[in-house]
Write a protein that binds this ligand. Structure first.
Ligand code: GRF
Length: 199
């Protein structure tokens, strides 16, 4: 059995990436981070990743367009023999063509109970809808946005005393736990075989 190699894609703070990367470093999450990539050269998470010793890459969507940027991601994935692509606050929608190249190999975290509140503002949308609960979803990425087989979901109640900020804080706390736990379980249940490596 091989140690799975994962690429983590981020666009901003990278707090989920940081938890995952640290868990790989300590061995709590049996995987190796092949690189941390971002569409945003100024993403704070890139500095965090470098400081922790990870390779970082930037994919220039604005300059090169989506097609070329996605080709660069594919190339980086192949070059580094990456097995799984882990989206952690990556704000670009991956094209169906890209997703089809890596079937069942892209995983995302979304800060709501999908199918409720998909999109870029999952937490705020649940808050503004005055929902009594929201949550966190970890799922396989398919060709639709914020859609695909759900690997884990956890409910987070919206309390009368909550502000948007306290709700965000509680959701992020759940995300940091559930993403790591789900990846540990998923990699254990879906080991990388010699055939995967020889593809
Ligand atoms: C998280 O809430 C994640 O679910 C969403 O974007 C946010 C990223 O936060 N897709 P961070 O960059 O991991 O701190």
């Amino acid at each position: 059995m091989y140690l799975p190699r994962i690429a983590i894609l981020i666009s901003g703070t990278g707090s989920n990436m940081e938890v995952i990367l640290k868990a790989c470093i300590t061995g709590e999450l049996p995987a190796e981070v092949s690189f941390v990539g971002s569409d945003n050269i100024n993403a704070k998470g890139l500095d965090t990743a470098s400081a922790l010793g990870a390779q970082t890459r930037v994919f220039f969507y604005k300059r090169d367009g989506r097609k070329a940027a996605e080709e660069a991601i594919s190339m980086a994935v192949r070059e580094t023999e990456t097995d799984w692509i882990i989206l952690a606050g990556f704000m670009k929608v991956l094209s169906p063509e890209f997703v089809r190249k890596f079937p069942d190999k892209i995983i995302n975290i979304h800060p709501a109970m999908l199918p409720s509140f998909p999109g870029a503002h999952g937490i705020r949308d649940a808050w503004e809808a005055k929902a009594d609960h929201t949550g966190v979803t970890v799922h396989i990425v398919d060709e639709e946005v914020d859609h695909g087989r759900i690997l884990a979901q956890e409910r987070v109640d919206i309390l009368p005393e909550d502000t948007l900020e306290t709700l965000e804080e509680r959701i992020h706390r759940v995300e940091h736990r559930i993403y790591k736990e789900t990846l540990i379980k998923h990699f254990l249940e879906n080991p990388i075989s010699i055939e995967d490596r020889e593809e």
